[in-house]
Design a protein around this ligand. Structure first.
Ligand SMILES: [Zn+2]
Length: 280
């Protein structure tokens, strides 16, 4: 039965820091270790293992038996899945602040998976031939996958991001890892996933960025040639205008697949001299 008691939850976010306090109600189990909590007018997908404490919002009574307060089971409605998917992408982009950094970390993720689909081993294709993407290593045909799907409570967070080719990713869709992979594949994927969290850990360092932008980017492992383009070539896809927070906001990453689609569309209808400039 739905429970309209209100709870104060302390929740440990990925990436550390002090626990978040959340006023919520209607806790629903949506996977082995995922909960959907309603708060305000929204919903929040939570990893159960990250709940630090739960208390009754009115009496302050600490609840130790979490299970008796959870409604079980339910599925995440399709419209929520879509919203969560968009939010996940947005949060990933936001974390890396600059497109050039976002692409760098995406490539690091692909590198971890040997630049190939973890299911069928099909390799990605390296493209560097767009004029407005000079020096950008960009891998086509590979996609990030919610390993535990959104419908079962998985989010696009390190430890839950698989790499699949386009066709395997569309076949996997909302299937659970157990029903998509064989047991031996599952073991292999898990070994990759275990390495993600330290590899994708990142916080934009404003201080270092302001002090020496070129040094900051090369220090992250981004190639010198690309760094030069990003800082000096206004026509470059990843051009970062001289620092100010408002301008940085402007360069926040967008979905690269969309960018490529746009560029290809423009290139098709344009002579090879076209500069590939695209509104975002
Ligand atoms: Zn594949």
């Amino acid at each position: 039965m739905p429970d309209h008691r209100q709870y104060v939850m302390e929740y440990r976010e990925y990436g550390g820091g002090p626990p978040t306090r959340l006023l919520c109600f209607d806790l629903r189990r949506v996977g082995d270790d995922a909960l959907l909590a309603t708060y305000g007018g929204g919903r929040h997908l939570l990893n159960r293992a990250r709940i630090v404490s739960l208390a009754d919002a009115q009496t302050g009574e600490v609840i130790s038996d979490l299970d008796s307060h959870i409604v079980w089971p339910t599925t995440v409605p399709a419209v929520d899945i879509q919203k969560i998917r968009q939010r996940d992408k947005w949060e990933w982009d936001k974390k890396y602040c600059l497109r050039v950094i976002e692409n760098h970390f995406r490539n690091k993720l692909f590198a971890l998976f040997d630049y190939s689909c973890v299911k069928c081993s099909k390799p990605g294709i390296l493209r560097t031939d767009f004029k407005s993407m000079e020096h950008v290593p960009f891998w086509r045909g590979l996609e990030r996958d919610h390993h535990v799907p959104i419908s079962l409570g998985g989010r696009l967070t390190p430890g839950n991001i698989g790499v699949l080719c386009t066709s395997c990713n569309s076949r996997k869709n909302e299937k659970s890892p157990q029903s998509f992979y064989t047991a031996s594949e599952l073991g292999r994927v898990q070994r990759y996933l275990d390495k993600e969290e330290p590899m994708l850990r990142f916080k934009f360092d404003w201080e270092a960025w302001r002090q020496d932008r070129a040094q900051y980017l090369t220090g992250l492992g981004i190639g010198q040639g690309l760094v030069n383009e990003v800082l000096t070539n206004e026509d470059h896809r990843y051009y970062a205008p001289p620092s100010s927070s408002a301008q940085i906001e402007f360069t926040i990453a967008v979905d690269l697949k969309e960018v490529i689609k746009e560029i290809e569309k423009q290139n098709k209808g344009r002579a090879a001299t076209g500069d590939g400039e695209v509104e975002t």
